[in-house]
Design a protein around this ligand. Structure first.
Ligand SMILES: [Zn+2]
Length: 143
């Protein structure tokens, strides 16, 4: 009955790879995309024994495909002429998604197509799932 609530993770929307999100702030505000990668606080080189363990699994930033792209001008370096093949592939201008802070995005419900807050619901099996705050559709990327 008395279920301990999971710390103070409520401020940060729980976002996972494959989720559709919309950007709220910045130059790409209003853009949507799929989460390519979730960057978590994996800590620095200093692994202070569990001092910040509670925060270590929190998503900090995400990469969204096609969003927040940075144009990177890549030049073949003159002094690395041995690797001409790989250099040729990388020269030119490439679009590289830059991480966006999770606080700048909101998840979009795949069913009702609205920006939503993630809610948690417990299934009969006891498993906790993420659901849309509007339509209660499960947000788990099951496809
Ligand atoms: Zn919904």
């Amino acid at each position: 009955m008395a279920q301990a609530k999971g710390a103070s993770a409520n401020k940060v929307p729980e976002i996972r790879t494959g989720d559709t999100v919309v950007v709220l702030h910045g130059k790409d505000a209003g853009k949507r995309g799929k989460v390519e990668k979730v960057l978590r606080n994996l800590g620095s080189k200093h692994k202070a024994a569990g001092a910040w363990r509670g925060a270590s699994s929190r998503p900090l930033a995400i990469l969204i495909s096609g969003v927040n792209l940075a144009k990177r001008h890549q030049k073949a370096r003159p002094h690395m002429s041995q690797n001409t093949q790989s250099m040729a592939q990388q020269s030119g201008i490439i679009d590289k998604p830059m991480p966006i802070d999770v606080s700048n995005v909101m998840i979009v419900c795949p069913r009702c197509d609205r920006i939503t807050r993630v809610k948690h619901e417990r299934l009969g099996s006891g498993q906790s799932v993420r659901v849309c705050g509007h339509c209660r559709e499960q947000l788990e990327a099951s496809a």
